[in-house]
Design a protein around this ligand. Structure first.
Ligand SMILES: Nc1ncnc2c1ncn2[C@@H]1O[C@H](COP(=O)(O)OP(=O)(O)O)[C@@H](O)[C@H]1O
Ligand SMILES: [Mg+2]
Length: 419
């Protein structure tokens, strides 16, 4: 058997904490996986930003990317490496580039998910361009935004059709408030979406490959308290629904890493925001859930790199559409699509791989998160975001929460690799 190396690239921006944890745990794992007649070892390297030639060879087997959605040179480098060298990347860059909230709403609506009534409206203001005036004069119809709001139903949320990070989001109780908000909305192309009122659960379900973690979310809390530490806030059947919904969305759009926001209203799960590829990965917001994310990332990246999982470059939607037949209930549709998603994400093979080759990950990660380097990683991230006089306090807070999950989820206590 010969020894081969898989190179994992980290394409990073302001990230500090998770790459430290990822690298150090991987180093401590000291993996040497027998695969296909070889012994596979791993090297992790940061991607740098520099000029590159068309056709220039790339040395990575897999890239975990945090830049594609906003930094275009890296996005183009990644696209080139996928086409020319078969690079595997979290997430499919073409899909990240083109699948806005609007498309994802349409697609999931077609599968039968209960998307709230939503309209798209032309923007209030425009960037000047040559053909703008003539185009608008000829074709733009005057409309009363208040009347559109009446059709959607109040209260409603006005939010960018390609939104993210709560940018430009407002809530309007009536037509007058909506008119005022629209006047201030500038160049955003907006959705008006009926509010899901009286919801009793707000869940953010994070998916990484076939792994998911549903977190009870509190959107009104300060950033460091939004991901709550509550457990058992849904029934096992609902947990399965959230998991299937998340995996369906992720497999449908070719996203290895995404989070899906859904609200429970009158016993029904209504997805409202699920185009979040490359979701928040920082300990300062994830705290208690941070160790899960690191382990999930390591498992999925090692699996994909070792097995040379092929990137699904072109999305193939027909099987999902075919699985949803008239007359099926929402639940039946979600189950049927979830089954396709699990197949595409190789859930079974992945579980087996983890049991065979990554059994010691839990122990190694448990030890790492109890040690000084984990504390230092937390501190670094806190220091980059908080004022000097709060660094100690918030470092302690996040470390305590990690301690809490270490106590509640000792190694091998949870079946993270759900069916
Ligand atoms: N249809 C809706 N019903 C209830 N709350 C909503 C709805 N749409 C948005 N919100 C609220 O507004 C917040 C931001 O909207 P969201 O669609 O998640 O945009 P972003 O992509 O900016 O996160 C949500 O977290 C939620 O609190
Ligand atoms: Mg959101």
């Amino acid at each position: 058997m010969s020894e081969v190396t898989r190179r994992i690239g980290l394409s990073l921006g302001a990230d500090l904490c998770w790459p430290i944890a990822y690298r150090e745990i991987l180093q401590r794992l000291n993996l040497c996986i027998p695969w296909d007649g070889d012994h596979v070892r791993f090297e992790v390297e940061d991607l740098t930003i520099e000029p590159f030639a068309l056709g220039q060879p790339n040395r990575f087997d897999l890239v975990v990317d945090r830049l594609t959605h906003w930094y275009h040179p890296t996005r183009e480098w990644i696209k080139q490496a996928v086409i020319m060298d078969g690079l595997y990347v979290f997430n499919n860059p073409w899909s990240v580039q083109s699948m806005e909230k609007q498309t994802t709403y349409c697609a999931m609506m077609r599968l039968g998910l209960p998307i709230p009534p939503t309209w798209l409206v032309p923007p209030k203001a425009y960037e000047p361009s040559d053909d703008l005036a003539v185009t608008l004069e000829r074709y733009a119809r005057l409309f009363d935004i208040g009347a559109v709001g009446e059709q959607v139903g109040f209260p409603l949320y006005m939010k960018p059709y390609d939104g993210g990070g709560w940018r430009g989001v407002s809530r309007a109780e009536n037509a007058e408030a909506l008119r005022a908000a629209y006047e201030e909305s500038g160049k955003f192309v907006m959705h008006l979406q009926k509010s899901v009122e009286g919801h009793d659960r707000f869940v953010r379900c994070v998916g990484l490959g076939p792994q998911t973690r549903a977190v009870l979310y509190d959107p009104g809390a300060p950033l460091h308290d939004r991901y709550t530490m509550d457990r058992d806030f849904v029934s096992p059947a609902e947990a399965q629904t959230l998991r299937d919904m998340t995996l369906t969305i992720n497999a449908f759009f070719g996203w290895d890493f995404n989070s899906c926001e859904a609200l429970r209203s009158e016993g029904r799960w209504v997805p409202i925001d699920f185009a979040n590829p490359c979701p928040d990965s920082q300990v300062t917001s994830l705290h208690y859930h941070f160790p899960w994310l690191i382990k999930a990332n390591i498992r999925w990246s090692i699996f994909c790199a070792t097995t040379k999982r092929a990137m699904r470059v072109n999305l193939d939607w027909q099987p999902f559409f075919d699985a949803c037949q008239p007359g099926m209930t929402v639940e039946e549709r979600i189950r049927a699509c979830g089954a396709i998603a699990k197949e595409r994400l190789e859930a079974e093979r992945f579980n087996e791989f983890c049991h065979t080759h990554l059994e010691h990950l839990d122990d190694v990660a448990h030890e790492f998160f109890g040690g000084v380097s984990a504390r230092e990683a937390v501190r670094k991230k806190v220091a980059s975001l908080y004022p000097e006089h709060e660094i100690e306090e918030f470092t302690n807070l996040f470390v305590e929460r990690i301690e809490r999950v270490r106590a509640e989820e000792p190694p091998h206590s949870v079946s993270i690799l759900a069916s």
